[in-house]
Design a protein around this ligand. Structure first.
Ligand code: ADP
Ligand code: MG
Length: 793
């Protein structure tokens, strides 16, 4: 004890000296002066005192006031100043990887250090920290995972949970776990940070924890709604005619289903009123209908272009931030702008597209000042709403939508649709224009639509499948899943939550679905206890389905192709589908699939081809010829390495890759492993005369995504398709699929760990298509024992 104490004391003294040296150096003084100019600095002493006296605190303040970069740093500095630097251990969570990394980098710079010294970060599969790291920025997912193995967070003194207003699933989940932990760790400090003002909810969840608000210094921002924008820009909404029959009505119907009835009526009548009373009357009746489901991404980007033009021509200098729904839209718009005489002229306008996985060098551009007389235009998704702050923004263009996954629990289907943002989000977006001077915000929708927005966005916990979450709850050993979740801020079952109206019916169903799913894949047994497989899955930082595929690939020694499939499914599809060359792109993809009837095998081949091309130094040509995205393949490549590392780390594969790949050449086996991971994502192939249709287990009809290799055939010689994802976009689509035989389904479809195998085997006569390999039979018979042997280290 006391020797350790002495070592830490000596280290603490060293930390203090280094801090003083930096703060007295010329750059240090400059940096300190900048930091002193932030609004949070005025509250520093009050904040530190409050943190010292309360176990839980809620802190709110406008974005950019210095919560994320300053508050954890104040705690760190004050511990160091008081000679206790080496005794403290501060963790600050972020909802997104990109912000955890960017903030850690920034705080290191502010301390005159390199990343990985006092300040570090850790995100999924990646991180920089050292033995002297006392302030760690990590994603909320990482902290949750740590809590699984280290239930008391030993050694941690302060936990900051940032951006709680977003109500991300991980944050909500963290709060449940931490609330419980605070009872056991009376010395632990928890500080919640939030941008908008729903602090009371969190404060009352922690029994009336004190809240401190940091007054901001934002300048006023004028809001312009569509009516006003049309007048200003002289833009004619003829583009309503450009709305194709892109299922607008269906889309609107869906939104109605997802929206509480009251709000729906409100919107409809408000829109109608607006149409009657305003300058909208000259639009066709078709336009009226469409206005209700107004999506700027459907009307083309011309309106955005017109607004940007207007700003560049008529307005004072200042950078522009455009909020769009997703990366697809952003890159399309960027391409369109490139062709524009003014907006495409790099000497006058600098357009930067901003996305989550961008390289650091690109990221820097966003924050930097453009050359004189050049206007910076940043295209971003809602991640620019709060997590990152671009200082010189004076104009904001807000399309009013964000792509969010909602979840239709009744049909157990995730939906990915651009949906309306909340009033809180709109306010947040607007505020981004007033950082340095008064700003202007262009909302590309009528005022009446804004009035009908919900106050806050629905918490993620209420709109996602809970598979991973339930698995983690199980491994936390906190009792029944339902009971545990009912302790959350707005429990999925809760009847009292006004904004969760549409989930009233679906809440309980959501938990049931997740438990059913985990039973089906063999992660939970009938009594809802974790199986061995389940315990392994809860340790792998991937979706349970993909985790299972990895484990099966390891057991059956075909790791390489399975790594490619899993990485591909986690990143995104590397096959490009340019609008004007759909046919050529489809043919290119089919070449990879051959007679496999499998998108997943096509991916494996495409990746292998890319590796070959890399050896010959011809990746560019290879990708171009085959309509593949180099960037995506690179991302898959690096994720593969990380997954491979995880498997080795968990002791699931041999370090000798020739052993773990001894069966990789066996196509049928790889197909079977894909099936084992994707089950119960399965559809039967129904042939009828010249057409085919597909039915899922619950009898729902699904369509194949146009880019699937299986969409090209008139018949498929397999009775089943397994798929990774079904997605509701007006109708239910399945994306990537692989044909499988009855035998594969019987053997690899269900949960093998529950000993149902022998029953199935009797049905095997005549289905031995892939059992030609004696190795495989051995492997198969040993499977149950193998899984049982996987004892946690
Ligand atoms: P909050 O968390 O309250 O939104 P931050 O702590 O993230 O605010 O940022 C505070 C201020 O620090 C910002 O307004 C900005 O001026 C500055 N800042 C943050 N990140 C960077 C960066 N990467 N580069 C330069 N300045 C930054
Ligand atoms: Mg912040």
């Amino acid at each position: 004890g006391s020797v350790m104490e002495k070592i830490l004391q000596r280290k603490s003294n060293r930390m203090r000296n280094m801090q003083i040296t930096w703060q007295e150096s010329p750059e240090g003084v400059k940096m300190l002066n900048f930091r002193k100019s932030l609004p949070s600095f005025k509250e520093k002493d009050r904040l530190l005192a409050a943190i010292a006296h309360n176990q839980v605190m809620v802190i709110s303040g406008e974005t950019g006031c210095g919560k994320t970069t300053q508050l954890p740093q104040y705690v760190l500095e004050s511990e160091i100043e008081s000679g206790r630097g080496a005794f403290c251990n501060i963790i600050c969570t972020q909802p997104r990887r990109i912000s955890a990394m960017a903030v850690a980098e920034r705080v290191s710079t502010e301390r005159g250090e390199n990343l990985g010294e006092t300040v570090g970060y850790k995100v999924r599969l990646e991180g920089i920290k050292g033995k002297n790291t006392h302030l760690l920025f990590c994603t909320s997912g990482i902290l949750l995972r740590r809590l699984l193995g280290d239930r008391n967070l030993n050694g941690v003194t302060h936990v900051f949970v940032d951006e709680i207003h977003e109500r991300g699933m991980n944050e909500d989940f963290l709060l449940i776990v931490l609330k419980d932990l605070l009872r056991r760790r009376r010395d632990l400090r928890l500080i919640l940070m939030s941008a908008t003002l729903n602090a009371e909810l969190f404060s009352s969840y922690f029994g009336g924890a004190p809240t401190i608000h940091i007054p901001g210094f934002t300048y006023p921002v004028r809001a312009h709604f569509l009516e006003d924008i049309l007048e200003k820009t002289g833009y004619k909404l003829t583009s309503f005619n450009q709305i194709d029959d892109y299922g607008q009505e269906k889309l609107w119907k869906m939104q109605r289903q997802l929206m509480p009835r009251k709000r729906k009526n409100q919107i409809t009548s408000l829109v109608e009123d607006a149409l009657k009373n305003s300058n909208f009357e000259d639009y066709s009746s078709r336009a009226r209908d469409s206005l209700a489901s107004w999506t700027p991404d459907c009307i083309g980007f011309n309106l955005i272009e017109a607004v940007l033009c207007y700003i560049c021509r008529k307005e004072q200098p200042g950078a522009v931030l455009v909020f769009m729904t997703g990366w697809d839209d952003i890159s399309c718009l960027r391409d369109q702008l490139r062709a524009h005489p003014l907006l495409g002229d790099p000497n006058r306008v600098l357009v930067i597209a901003c996305h989550g996985s961008m390289a650091t060098s690109e990221q820097k551009l966003i924050f930097e000042k453009p050359p004189p007389n050049v206007r910076k235009v940043v295209l971003a998704t809602n991640m620019a709403e709060a997590s990152i702050t671009i200082n010189d923004i004076v104009f904001v263009v807000d399309c009013g939508k964000a792509k969010e996954t909602t979840y239709d629990a009744l049909n157990n289907t995730p939906c990915l649709l651009p949906s309306w943002i909340s009033k809180a989000s709109a306010h947040q977006r607007r505020g981004r224009a007033g950082r340095v001077q008064p700003g202007e915000c262009y909302h590309l929708y009528p005022r009446c639509v804004y009035d009908a927005f919900a106050e806050y966005q629905l918490p993620e916990l209420l709109r996602t499948p809970l598979n991973s979450l339930c698995l983690q709850i199980k491994s936390l050993q906190v009792g029944s899943i339902g009971e545990f979740l009912s302790a959350s801020l707005q429990p999925p079952e809760s009847l009292s939550v006004s904004i969760a109206i549409c989930n009233l019916v679906t809440g309980t169903k959501q938990v049931q679905n997740a438990v059913e799913f985990l039973k089906k894949i063999g992660a939970l047994d009938e009594q809802e206890n974790l199986t061995n497989l389940g315990r392994y899955l809860s340790m792998l930082p991937v979706d349970p389905k993909l985790g299972k595929m990895l484990i099966m690939g390891a057991i059956f020694r075909c790791v390489d192709p399975v790594l490619t499939v899993v990485s591909g499914l986690s990143v995104r599809d590397p096959f490009l589908l340019p609008q004007d060359k759909k046919d050529l792109a489809g043919t290119a993809k089919s070449r990879f699939s051959g007679k496999d009837y499998s998108d997943h095998m096509a991916l494996v081949r495409a990746y292998e081809g890319w590796k070959d091309a890399e050896r010959e130094g011809s990746t560019y040509e290879y990708c171009w010829r085959n309509f593949l995205s180099t960037q995506t393949l690179q991302a898959i490549h690096s994720l593969r390495k990380q997954f491979s590392f995880i498997l080795k780390d968990a002791g699931l594969v041999d370090t000798d890759s020739s052993i773990s790949n001894s069966l990789s050449h066996n196509q049928s086996l790889v197909r079977a492993i894909i099936c084992s991971g994707l089950f119960p994502g399965i559809a039967s192939v129904v042939h009828r005369e010249k057409s085919m249709s597909f039915k899922t287990m619950d009898d729902g009809q699904v369509l194949l995504y146009a880019n699937s290799v299986n969409a090209k055939y008139q018949t498929i010689p397999y009775p089943w398709l397994v798929f990774g994802e079904k997605m509701k976009v007006n109708t239910v689509f399945i994306r990537d699929s692989t044909g499988v035989s009855d035998s594969i389904l019987i053997l690899f479809g269900g949960s093998l760990v529950r000993g149902e195998v022998s029953g199935h085997l009797k049905m095997l006569d005549g289905y031995i298509d892939f059992f030609m390999d004696p190795n495989l039979i051995n492997c198969y018979w040993n499977l149950k024992t193998e899984l049982d042997k996987l004892v946690l280290r």
